[in-house]
Design a protein around this ligand. Sequence first.
Ligand SMILES: Nc1ncnc2c1ncn2[C@@H]1O[C@H](COP(=O)(O)OP(=O)(O)OP(=O)(O)O)[C@@H](O)[C@H]1O
Length: 246
Amino acid sequence: MGLKINNLSGGYAGNNVLKNVTFDVPDGNIVALIGLNGAGKSTTINHIIGELQPQMGTIELNGINLVQDPTGFKSQIAYIPEQPILYDELTLGEHLHLMLAAHNIDDEIAWQRAEQLLKRFRLDDKLHWLPVHFSKGMRQKVMLISAFMLDAPLIIIDEPFLGLDTVAQKDVVKLIHEQANKGNSVLMTTHLLASAAEFVDQFVVLHDGKSRFIGTPQALAEENQLQLDQLDDFFDLVQRELADES
Ligand SMILES: Nc1ncnc2c1ncn2[C@@H]1O[C@H](COP(=O)(O)OP(=O)(O)OP(=O)(O)O)[C@@H](O)[C@H]1O
């Protein structure tokens, strides 16, 4: 089933941002939410993680409605924010244990997943390190490990490549694929359209709080008379269109 967003309108007190946003992230699919700055990507994610209350519409994950059963809904989500959130006084190991406890996961398998991820990101000998010792990219990797070890039905990643070296970026793409291959849903935001086009199933283009296009990378490229590897030019076209309209 996966994530179903139906007719979502919402935003912040006194600022209605989203207008009738509808899209799905089916099981095993990778969907990238894209749009210019201020289009409403973070606002959509804030609604999905339950930080904002919808004015209208529904958000369901595997048949569980966010408003009717917020705990059941949120227990199915792993979320990686754009800016890492770490506690200064907790070591890397303690962060991972805290995340597992918060998700009520206490099993050997989850910890084995964490150990594999630590090795993959070359942090396996740094479990005793405090955040003050981490570089920006390492902080981002801690967030990635904390989220991917949960094996959640829906993983949400805000700008997955931000601050990562090219080796780690490739690792993230592999991890995203692995999640999808297990049948989990992946929702991400990105400004790197041509790179994302290589591995996402669908793009959802948000513009001014509305979903303006939903389809495969191929379809988005064709609609805009671009090659797939030219998709980074898409927003230049949108900007030009907006300038012509005004
Ligand atoms: N806390 C807030 N209170 C009121 N309005 C907000 C708040 N956060 C964002 N907005 C407004 O909501 C609109 C959508 O912002 P949002 O952060 O969702 O955009 P975005 O697509 O994530 O942009 P970016 O690419 O810059 O991250 C913007 O007009 C913004 O000014």
